[in-house]
Design a protein around this ligand. Structure first.
Ligand code: HEM
Length: 511
């Protein structure tokens, strides 16, 4: 007994040093291989990124990943190596070649990190499941269907306007970013679950879904896919408050989706909503391809709608207003154009009356160009056999991505002066760059919710500009200076602080 304890006492440190040595050798070998012998070693990029994906996780946590990618492309060109097996491409032709190639380039393992219940329409890598699910929801998301739901947006708009009117009458500065987020959230509730979430009534920001936490957790962990299966079970035990907040956020968000679907199932509402066809399929227990479909599948899609549809739309609208407030000329031109259409009988502008306004379209395009908000690189896998991309042969199995923010600031694609908010660029004769404008992604995995988002953005901006004079609130920043807030991203870009404005009702007041 004593001898074996002694042996064990001597053996354990030896074993430990042996293992450490082995680990060091493996790491060095890995670094040397990735850096000098890997098929992607010929592509430029940050040194750390060439042998570890943790470089990307770190960039996400810094909140400026998309800016870093833009700088890297400006320095190195169209193809940049940002992971041992990952290239980011910024190139006009590659948009069509990758995103326009049907189901040839599947989504990468990065998307597994977005799963909280089961893989949903957004995250699934199974192209057959994607095809069936997409068919099941696309009718509800069509322009016609979304137009038929406008009445529900109008109800939310009236609540928003009531609150903003009261701020205007009392001379109170108001956080427009927050109230736009409330509006978008309640609209999502109305459209997806046939009832608002009630945040416009409560004005309580703590009732807002913790989308930020979930997306940050997903974009950080998704860079190193091998950790993903352990995130939900292990991370709660790691004593780092920010990590715990993220996992708690995801859990709360999941519960919110479950409750919303369960409430919808209990309600006797006969309204057509975004879940409509899936709920019909649920009754039969199978999808259109005869695969089993249960309530968790519906909750899974509901979770995806809340995550993909709330923060994105709110941040896009907020940033558009942000640019308008920094550009008096654009603001004035847009308002003149909105004033030129007949005033509606309610404070909520009908989408049909403003969506075809030429300058308005240029403003929306330019806002999406300069701040596409869904800025995480859209990752796909190069199919077997490899492909020519941006003038180079890329082996099959390589992760390939396009970051819309980097592409939108590429002057070889969009021309000069790209840091300026300049709607006029879209009005130049022959300037047709819409094929490269990808705030909603591209191809068969492009955003299914873009009709909803566009309808909301046009309605909010038209209704606000027609009704109020809007200016940045003096002294709203923490240092008391009047300045514009900055953007920060966690996969989705947004202003990183409150956006306090002062509103004055214009005369004559519209209804
Ligand atoms: C301005 C607002 C929005 C932006 C910028 C945006 C952006 C995007 C982008 C870039 C993608 C593609 C992601 C990829 O390829 O990995 C996407 C997909 C998706 N979005 Fe949106 N989105 C917005 C609003 C919405 C809304 C309102 C909804 C639903 C209520 C929604 C639901 C989805 C879904 C379900 C997908 C996955 C589609 C598929 O793979 O078939 N989005 N979105």
């Amino acid at each position: 007994m004593a001898t074996s304890s002694l042996l064990f006492g001597l053996g354990a440190p030896l074993l430990l040093s042996g293992l450490t040595l082995l680990l060091c050798c493996w790491t060095v070998a890995q670094v040397v291989y990735c850096r000098y012998f890997h098929p992607l070693s010929v592509f430029p990029g940050p040194f750390l990124a060439s042998f570890t994906n943790l470089w990307k996780s770190y960039q996400v946590l810094l909140g400026k990943y998309e800016d870093t990618l833009l700088k890297l492309h400006r320095k190195h060109g169209k193809l940049v190596r940002i992971g041992p097996n990952h290239l980011d491409v910024s190139d006009a032709d590659s948009v069509k070649n990758i995103f326009g190639a049907g189901r040839t380039y599947p989504k990468s393992t990065f998307y597994d990190a977005f799963t909280a219940l089961r893989p949903n329409l957004f995250g699934t890598r199974d192209e057959q499941v994607h095809s069936t699910r997409r068919k099941a929801v696309s009718n509800s998301f069509s322009a016609q269907s979304v137009a038929s739901m406008e009445v529900h947006m109008d109800r939310c708009m009236e609540k928003l306007i009531r609150r903003l009117d009261s701020a205007a009458e009392n001379g109170e500065a108001i956080d427009i970013k927050l109230w736009i987020a409330f509006f978008v959230m309640d609209v999502l509730g109305e459209l997806a679950f046939s009832r608002p979430f009630g945040v416009l009534d409560s004005g309580d920001e703590y009732q807002m879904p913790p989308v930020r936490e979930h997306v940050l957790l997903a974009t950080t962990s998704g860079q190193t896919p091998w950790v993903v299966p352990y995130v939900n079970s292990m991370v709660p035990h790691v004593p780092v408050p920010s990590l715990q907040r993220m996992v708690r956020g995801r859990k709360d968000l999941r519960q919110m989706a479950i409750d919303s679907v369960n409430d919808r199932l209990r309600s006797d509402s006969t309204r057509i909503d975004l879940l409509g066809r899936l709920l019909d399929e649920l009754k039969s227990g199978v999808d259109s391809k005869g695969r089993a479909l249960d309530v968790v599948d519906v909750q899974t899609e509901a979770f995806g709608f809340i995550v993909a549809g709330s923060h994105t739309t709110a941040a896009s609208t907020t940033l558009l207003l942000w640019h308008l407030l920094r550009n008096d000329e654009a603001f004035a031109k847009l308002r003149d154009e909105i004033d030129s259409v007949p005033r509606p009988s309610s404070p909520s502008y009908p989408y049909s009356s403003v969506k075809t306004l030429t300058y308005f379209q240029a403003v929306v395009d330019e806002a999406f160009r300069i701040n596409p908000v869904f800025v995480m690189p859209l990752m796909r896998v190069v199919p077997d056999g490899g492909r020519q991309i941006a003038g180079s042969y890329i082996p099959g199995g390589t992760d390939i991505s396009i970051c819309n923010h980097a592409l939108h600031h590429d002057d070889s694609v969009f021309g000069p002066d790209l840091e300026r908010f300049l709607p006029e660029r879209w009005l130049q004769p022959g300037y047709d760059k819409h094929a490269y404008l990808m705030p909603f992604g591209g191809g068969h995995r492009a955003c299914v919710g873009r009709n909803i988002a566009s309808q909301e953005i046009y309605k909010i901006v038209a209704s606000l500009l027609a009704r109020y004079d809007i200016s940045l609130a003096l002294g709203s920043a923490s240092d008391g200076m009047q300045r514009m807030p900055q953007t920060k991203s966690f996969g989705v870009a947004d202003l990183d602080e409150r956006f306090m404005v002062e509103l004055k009702l214009r005369t004559p007041i519209i209804v």
